[in-house]
Write a protein that binds this ligand. Structure first.
Ligand SMILES: Nc1nc2c(ncn2[C@@H]2O[C@H](COP(=O)(O)OP(=O)(O)OP(=O)(O)O)[C@@H](O)[C@H]2O)c(=O)[nH]1
Ligand SMILES: [Mg+2]
Length: 183
């Protein structure tokens, strides 16, 4: 797949010339790693220090779709003010791009399951009428029991068809995710 990094945006976003998809999720959940897995190359920076990605990173996939790597939320050491700034950025992003946004991908750690902020993000998607898919990440680290518990929690909220199991480490779920992105 052809992937071009367009830059990091904070205030003014690129012109809405292509439909877009966004990766959202808590800090360290594996957003950048998953993007690299899809690209089959190292296009996004994988953080050693969680909570480092602060802006919206725009990528152009196959000259037809924007993929946005959003900053992570909920990293414990990120101060309150930072969380407020994150909320403000994301609120503004959803409001501004809602007509352009095809699908939002909410990345949730397969081992720990959805956090309170993940639930809040789902509320936003519903509020703005944005179709979303839940992507479980790092399935290689979750036991069968942990995975079953995470799936049980999520199925109460989203339909079965809207959950994808992935591992950037093992390349799991690449085909399914690409199919959903380019649908
Ligand atoms: N075992 C395992 N580790 C993973 C996987 N995906 C990501 N990681 C690790 O998790 C850490 C965070 O990965 P990132 O891709 O930087 O996460 P992120 O969501 O982009 O983080 P922020 O940009 O800080 O919000 C890194 O140490 C990765 O190597 C996976 O599928 N399996
Ligand atoms: Mg990242």
């Amino acid at each position: 797949m052809k992937v071009k990094f367009l830059g990091s945006f904070y205030d003014e976003l690129p012109p809405p010339d292509y439909p877009e998809a966004v990766f959202v999720g808590r800090s360290n959940v594996g957003k950048s790693s998953l993007l690299n897995m899809l690209a089959g190359a190292r296009v996004a920076r994988v953080s050693k220090t969680p909570g480092r990605t602060r802006a919206l990173n725009y990528f152009l996939l196959n000259d037809e779709l924007y993929l946005v790597d959003a900053p992570g939320y909920g990293f414990a050491r990120v101060p309150r003010e930072e969380l407020e700034r994150w909320k403000e950025l994301m609120e503004r992003y959803f409001a501004e791009r809602k007509d352009n946004l095809k699908t939002a991908f909410l990345l949730v750690d397969a081992k720990t399951g959805p956090t309170a902020l993940d639930e809040q993000t789902m509320d936003w998607f519903e509020y703005y009428g944005i179709p979303y898919v839940v992507v479980l990440t790092k399935t290689d680290k979750a036991s069968q029991k942990e995975l079953a518990s995470t799936l049980k929690k999520l199925r109460q909220r989203v339909g079965e068809g809207a959950i994808v199991l992935t591992s950037a480490k093992e390349g799991r779920g690449r085909k399914e995710l690409l199919a959903l992105l380019f649908k």
